[in-house]
Design a binder for this molecule. Structure first.
Ligand code: HEC
Length: 112
C-alpha cells in the first residue's frame, strides 16, 4: 500500500512538472500561449472584449488577416507602443518585448 501510494505521487509530480514550469513566474521564457492567456485573452478571447473593446478575437481569420499581412514585426511594434484602441503592451507593464512578440506569434499561429 505504501509503495503504491508513493508511486502514484511520483506520477502526479512528473505529470505536473511541465505545467508548473510553463506557468511559474520564475520561468525566464514564458510561452506565447501563457502570456496570451494571462494578459491578452481578456480582450482577444472574450465575448466582452470583442463587444466592448472591439478587439479582434484569436482564431478569427477575417479579423486578423489585415494585421497579419503587415507582418509579425509590425504587429509586435504596434502592440508594444499601443496602436489604435489597444493599450501599450496590452496593459502588461511587466511583459518584455520578447514576451509580447511571443504572444503575437501565438495569435498569428492560431489565426491564419
Ligand atoms: C484592453 C483590451 C486589450 C488587451 C488586454 C490586449 N489587446 Fe490587443 N488589441 C485590442 C484592440 C481593441 C485592438 C484593435 C486595435 C485597433 O484596430 O485599433 C488590438 C489589436 C492588437 C493587435 C494588432 C495591432 C496592429 O495594429 O497590428 C495585436 C498584434 C494585439 N492586439 C496583440 C495583443 C497582445 C499580444 C496582447 C497581450 C500582451 C494584447 N493585444 C492585449 C485590445 C486589447
Amino acid at each position: 500500500m505504501k509503495v503504491r501510494y508513493s508511486f502514484g505521487m511520483a506520477l502526479i509530480v512528473v505529470a505536473c512538472a511541465p505545467l508548473a514550469m510553463a506557468a511559474g513566474p520564475e520561468s525566464t521564457a514564458p510561452s506565447g500561449q501563457v502570456i496570451f492567456e494571462d494578459h491578452c485573452a481578456k480582450c482577444h478571447d472574450s465575448f466582452f472584449g470583442g463587444l466592448i473593446k472591439r478587439a479582434p478575437r484569436i482564431g478569427k481569420q477575417t479579423a486578423w488577416a489585415e494585421f497579419i499581412s503587415q507582418g509579425v514585426d509590425k504587429m509586435t511594434d504596434n502592440s508594444i507602443t499601443g496602436e489604435g484602441r489597444m493599450k501599450e503592451r496590452g496593459g502588461c507593464d511587466e511583459c518584455s518585448d520578447a514576451d509580447i512578440r511571443a504572444a503575437v506569434e501565438y495569435i498569428v499561429a492560431q489565426s491564419q
